[in-house]
Design a protein around this ligand. Structure first.
Ligand code: GRF
Length: 179
């Protein structure tokens, strides 16, 4: 059985969705924020939960923790991934982003969509490369922008789509990984 790790900085609702689908296949959660809800959730689920503080060698320290891990899922991880992690997990490092990339990369993508007057946005699961939300797109899900949307209501609607899309893509990627 393939083993997964999840990296996140925040509330971990995508972790919840992945955990629901993959359960004990998720063996490790790492956060760069000591107080992140995602760490509390991982601990409550009986999963090893590690805080790694930021710094120039963060990605080396993360990589050192990943022994035996087949696939790494970023879920609200608010840092750029760097070497040596990038090369070690090429094709096995995924991220979810709350827009239809390449539109609205970076922070608060749903606010960017509202500011642009877009009639639809969505979410994207993509492979991670050295850029900010620039890696190869795997799959996207469209989400309508409604006339009376606030940033909160739009983000909530996108997250519903994320929680469906991410486990689906992880399943597809796992199926393609050779042991
Ligand atoms: C999600 O909207 C994801 O697309 C973005 O950060 C947010 C993380 O939310 N990269 P959560 O921590 O999974 O609830």
């Amino acid at each position: 059985m393939k083993k997964l790790a999840v990296l996140g900085s925040g509330t971990g609702t995508n972790f919840d969705a992945l955990f629901k689908e993959f359960g004990s296949q998720i063996v490790l959660v790492i956060s760069d924020r000591e107080d992140a809800r995602i760490l509390e959730k991982a601990k409550a689920a009986g999963i090893e939960a590690i805080f790694e503080k930021g710094g120039p060698d963060l990605c080396s320290r993360i990589l050192a923790r990943l022994e035996g891990i087949d696939l790494v899922c970023l879920a609200g991880f608010m840092r750029l991934v760097k070497e040596p992690l990038l090369s070690a997990y090429e094709g096995r490092l995924l991220n979810i982003h709350p827009s239809l990339l390449p539109l609205y990369p970076g922070k608060d993508a749903w606010k960017q969509a509202l500011a642009a007057g877009a009639s639809e946005t969505g979410c994207t699961v993509h492979f991670v490369d050295a850029g900010m939300d620039t890696g190869e797109v795997i799959l996207q899900e469209r989400v309508p922008v409604l006339k009376d949307d606030t940033p909160e209501s739009l983000h909530a609607r996108i997250q519903v789509a994320e929680h469906k899309l991410y486990p689906e893509v992880v399943k597809q990627v796992l199926a393609k990984l050779t042991s």
